[in-house]
Design a protein around this ligand. Structure first.
Ligand code: DOR
Length: 430
């Protein structure tokens, strides 16, 4: 049956600027967009008071399957994605086994199809076993469905290997995604090197560990005329390097996480391991610079780096806990609250970085609210206020620093292929 999204305000980055329009969906596609559509043979879905956008894409998540299904599965992770407003996610290859061959990609895509929730775009490894020694069969990974390659969780320390990865990636028109961290400089550091690490006496990693790899990779991307994408950028300095490279026309993009946009190393005073992630939380100055970069377009996309871990693993001494926090169900509400509601970033910019910007990074077709396009749609209630309760997450894990945070705005309906796959349990239109 046809569906009619009625009474919503549409925002489609660069195309539709806050217009009250109805959206008619037929099968899996958008059939018609106009004010006040009247049809008899459609299910009417009242979305008045809400904003209708193209489906949000999270280009950096860890779904943990295969290998750590106690933390997350493809099914639980893609349900969490829908609840967070994401119609698609790109999953990192640091599973067990890692995603360095076609059988793991096929496994992921089979599981994703069976789950039938958010779309899943697999990211293959750069190096075999993620060991940073020998290149994967990149053509094979791409032919089975990899949209990008990365050894995320680890950097590619060998510059020659990175050069080859970039050269191959160009042949297959995919980006190479770098976890930018010089391992020798970072050592066993668990937090940012600086005032806080001195006060707290925790082992630290200097920010230049990030800058140096960002700089090296940009030079390699320039040399090979290939596309390098910097994952979870977290520093004023590394962002400046990206900004300058973009100005010179080098093919570099970057993403930022919601936590690097909203939290600083000061949070670590609590020694709460839900503030432990890699890259670590940085300074207030870095946060300001990242927000500036988000606004001026130096940062192309926002990505959660959703990294589920069990309570048993996280509830230990700070130095022993694994890096990472979950983010699929908190990214949008936290950013709508801390950046949009506070007036630092416009709603439109935020949505652009979650949709068009994200698609640009992965060379995907532009998500759009347009006749004939696949109906992947997110409906957002900007005024819906609630308190984040991790016990209610669809994710199997609970490792978030945002529990008990009061937020304003969240996804209330998520459609993939024209099907309503998530609906908020209490939100009412109007
Ligand atoms: O905090 C992080 N967690 N950073 C990474 O790079 C990897 C991730 C994970 O897989 O847990």
């Amino acid at each position: 049956m046809k569906k009619l999204l009625k009474g919503g305000t549409l925002i489609d980055p660069g195309k539709i600027k806050r217009e009250q329009l109805d959206v008619l969906i037929e099968e899996d596609k958008i059939a018609f967009i106009a004010p006040q559509i009247a049809v008899d043979d459609a299910e009417i879905i009242d979305v008045s008071g809400a904003i209708v956008t193209p489906g949000l894409i999270d280009i950096h998540v860890h779904l943990r399957e295969p290998g750590r299904e106690d933390k997350e599965t493809i099914e639980s992770g893609t349900k969490a994605a829908l609840a967070g407003g994401f119609t698609a996610v790109a999953c990192m290859p640091n599973t067990n086994p890692v995603n360095d061959n076609q059988s793991v990609i096929q496994f992921i895509l089979t599981k994703a199809a069976a789950a039938d929730q958010a779309r899943v775009y697999p990211i293959g490894n750069i190096s075999q076993g993620s060991k940073g020694e020998e290149l994967c069969e990149i053509g094979e990974l791409v032919s089975y469905g990899a949209v990008a390659i990365s050894d995320d969780g680890r950097p590619v320390m060998n510059a020659e290997l990175m050069r080859r990865a970039l050269e191959y990636s160009k042949m297959f028109d995919i980006p190479v995604i770098e976890h930018a961290e010089d391992l020798n400089l970072a050592g066993k550091g668990v937090i940012n090197e600086g005032y806080m690490s001195t006060i707290l006496g925790l082992p630290s990693q200097p920010g230049i560990a990030e800058d140096i790899i960002v700089d090296r990779d940009i030079r390699l991307a320039h040399y090979t005329s290939s596309h390098i994408h910097i994952a979870h950028i977290s520093r004023r300095e590394s962002l400046d390097i990206v900004r300058q490279a973009k100005a010179r026309g080098i093919r570099v993009t970057c993403e930022v996480t919601p936590h690097h946009l909203t939290l600083t190393e000061d949070c670590l005073k609590t020694f709460d391991t839900n503030y432990k992630m890699n890259p670590p939380l940085r300074t207030g100055e870095d946060v300001e610079a990242l927000i500036e970069g988000l606004v001026d377009g130096t940062i192309d996309a926002i990505a959660s780096d959703h990294a589920p871990h069990t309570v048993q693993e996280k509830d230990v001494e700070f130095t022993l806990a694994p890096f990472g926090i979950i983010g699929l169900e908190t990214s949008l509400p936290v950013l709508l609250t801390d950046l949009v509601e506070s007036g630092k970033v416009t709603f439109e910019t935020l949505i652009e970085r979650f949709t068009t910007g994200a698609a640009r990074v992965l060379h995907l077709s532009r998500p759009a609210l347009e006749k004939g396009k696949i109906a992947d749609i997110t409906v957002i209630a900007p005024d819906f206020e609630y308190v984040i309760n991790p016990a209610e997450f669809y994710s199997k894990s609970r490792n978030t620093p945002y529990g008990e945070k009061k937020v304003k705005g969240c996804a209330v309906m998520t459609l993939v292929n024209g099907k309503v796959l998530y609906q908020h349990p209490t939100w009412q239109p109007g």
